[in-house]
Design a binder for this molecule. Structure first.
Ligand SMILES: Nc1ncnc2c1ncn2[C@@H]1O[C@H](COP(=O)(O)OP(=O)(O)O)[C@@H](O)[C@H]1O
Ligand SMILES: [Mg+2]
Length: 236
């Protein structure tokens, strides 16, 4: 299976990268680094010469440029050369009137895959950050239906994707999402049992056809973005 490098060395070294044409779910609390992970992947995908789209439902593109700049990442060079497109759904929601907001919400409620209708035909990689923004009014059945359809359509279009779902979204929805996707990574904080210090760790919950670490991978968010710091057992 072809692999797309995530841009996180520790992960790429162990797994070879994300499975091409499949969807990986990123979950975690606010501040756990989901957006940074998404950006890091989007830039890495551009560096692999893939047409990449970043769909943001919360931040506007300016926030993303600012975040990237804090790590010395030149997001603009990729948006300018056309490899990277940023679609702002947050901006749309902010601009419309009350009446239009409910129409927009209704569209989103009916269909997550409306995220995909504006994607250029030749899109090869997508980040959706964060699908949790549109789940508030859904029943679990509706959520499962819409989410499955989204994953199905991404797969039909052979798009390698990262779908971000925050932990503010119910545990039940997080569990439903976990079933549909090809792979899932959970970002969290925990207390190190030996040092008593809190640290950031990621859990490779699943990834089909891929060797994944059984242990938590410890990571930092530092001046370079997300950096895996644990040395993984089995790594050569
Ligand atoms: N330049 C930086 N250097 C170090 N840490 C940073 C930097 N920029 C952001 N962070 C850390 O990243 C966290 C936000 O990550 P983010 O990806 O936005 O989280 P999420 O999308 O999961 O809510 C911040 O809480 C901060 O701790
Ligand atoms: Mg975020």
């Amino acid at each position: 299976m072809e692999r797309i490098k995530t841009g996180l060395k520790g992960i790429d070294h162990f797994t070879g990268g994300l499975p091409q044409g499949k969807t990986v779910l990123i979950t975690g609390n606010a501040g756990s680094g989901k957006t940074i992970f998404g950006l890091q992947f989007a830039l890495s995908s551009c560096r692999q010469n893939l047409k990449t789209v970043y769909i943001t439902t919360e931040e506007d593109s300016k926030d993303l440029y600012t975040q990237g700049t804090s790590f010395g990442w030149d997001i603009k060079s990729f948006t300018e050369n056309g490899l990277l497109s940023i679609i702002e759904l947050a901006g749309i929601r902010a601009r419309v009137t009350e009446a239009e907001i409910s129409i927009d919400a209704e569209a989103m409620k009916g269909n997550f895959s409306s995220f995909l209708k504006d994607l250029p035909e030749d899109t090869e990689a997508v980040v959706i950050d964060n699908i949790g923004s549109y789940t508030a009014k859904l029943t679990p059945y509706e959520f499962r239906d819409r989410f499955d359809l989204l994953i199905y359509e991404l797969k039909q279009r052979n798009i390698t994707s990262l779908v971000i779902l925050d932990s503010a979204t119910s545990k039940e929805f997080n569990e439903i999402a976990l079933f549909s996707v090809y792979g899932a990574i959970k970002l969290m904080k925990r207390e190190n049992p030996y040092t008593g210090r809190r640290e950031r760790v990621m859990d490779f919950v699943k990834m089909r056809s891929t060797k994944i670490p059984t242990q938590f991978l410890t990571y930092e968010i530092n001046e370079n973005g997300i950096q895996i710091i644990s040395s993984v057992e089995g790594k050569d």
